[in-house]
Design a binder for this molecule. Structure first.
Ligand code: NDP
Length: 310
């Protein structure tokens, strides 16, 4: 019998308890899944950073901490965490992100705001967008989410460039990496999508210098993390017309403070960190599969590299 500690907000327990127990039963694992266990008896912790466990030192027997979130910036620096940490890669989380990114890319590409926001009796039949093939899209971060978004956009005909830390080879995507690759990836891009993790290396990656590389009148879409963007530089680029519109789902402070300039800016769309979310039915299977791997002596999937920060 494995002792599994569920350390997240109480509402998450209500959502996850049944799918997790079903997935454990299906996998043939005998477990005691609970919100409380004696720390020294816990085999695995299923975890979100807003749950009760913050000090991992008493969990001396714990074989791994299984995160329910894709982003790990709020736990990766926790010095008490010496156990392996796995983040979540989940097909539903990915599907939701692909839909959100594709929707906002098409909205900007097609200029849909012009018609949706100005239904005023004026027959504006003089503006057609270019076809997708003439609208270069760049995705900074082509991991689980960025690569899936890139492939969906490629399928729609957009020329997609992706940028990562290490060299990559993804069908249909022009893959670049490293500092020179960033310069090339952003130069003349018309839509830039941020799907990087929040680390010291990615902070302010979109700043006055990098925004200036993009095509005049281009679009920024950020479902990654708020600190990827220098807010003041973005506001200046919007006011100068270098950037036509920014659609932002994530912010340095969340909820975004009421008096933040983004709320009132006519060329900014604020969404409240809803680009995608973890779905219990699919996430439970991923977590249980990973625990089965651990119990079988196989390496865990989706291990976080603490030194790298993601
Ligand atoms: P992955 O770890 O799979 O991918 C991260 C990508 O970023 C990789 O391609 C990685 O490169 C690249 N990268 C990281 N650091 C650097 C760097 N210094 N320079 C260049 N490239 C870098 O993460 P996911 O795709 O699963 O998730 C990405 C982010 O999306 C999460 O960290 C989270 O912040 C955000 N997110 C937002 C949600 C929302 O609702 N708004 C929901 C879920 C996630 P390499 O491949 O070489 O390692």
């Amino acid at each position: 019998m494995l002792n599994i500690l569920f350390s997240a907000k109480p509402a998450a327990w209500d959502e996850y308890q049944a799918p997790l127990n079903a997935a454990f039963a299906e996998a043939g694992l005998s477990v005691n899944l609970a919100r409380e266990h004696a720390p020294q008896d816990v085999d695995y912790i299923i975890f979100t950073p807003n749950g009760p466990v913050t000090d991992f030192r008493p969990y001396t027997k714990t074989k791994a901490v299984m995160g329910l979130w894709a982003g790990v910036e709020s736990i990766v620096d926790n010095e008490t965490l010496t156990q392996p940490l796995c983040r979540l890669v989940d097909e539903s989380l990915t599907a939701g992100m692909v839909e959100w990114v594709t929707g906002h890319t098409l909205r900007h590409h097609l200029g849909m705001d012009l018609h949706i926001l100005h239904q005023d009796g004026v027959w504006r039949d003089d503006s057609f967008p270019p076809v997708a093939a003439k609208r270069p899209v760049t995705i900074l971060g082509i991991g689980a989410l960025g690569a899936a978004c890139g492939q969906a956009l490629t399928a729609l005909g957009f020329p997609v460039t992706g940028w990562s830390r290490n060299p990559k080879n993804i069908t249909g995507i022009r893959c670049l990496h490293g500092d020179d690759g960033l310069h090339e990836a952003l130069t003349d891009a018309q839509i830039v999508i941020l799907l990087l993790p929040q680390t010291p290396d990615t902070a302010n990656i979109l700043n006055a210098d990098t925004l200036a590389l993009m095509a005049k009148g281009s679009f920024v879409i950020n479902p990654g993390r708020g600190p990827l963007i220098d807010d003041d530089a973005l506001l200046a680029a919007l006011d100068e017309g270098q950037i036509a519109h920014a659609t932002l789902d994530v912010f340095r402070i969340e909820p975004l403070p009421e008096d933040h300039a983004f709320w009132a800016h006519p060329q900014v769309t604020v969404t409240p960190h809803i680009a995608s979310t973890t779905r219990p039915e699919t996430a439970a299977k991923v977590i249980v599969d990973n625990i089965v791997r651990g119990e079988s002596g196989l390496p865990f999937r989706y291990l976080v590299d603490r030194a790298r920060g993601y």
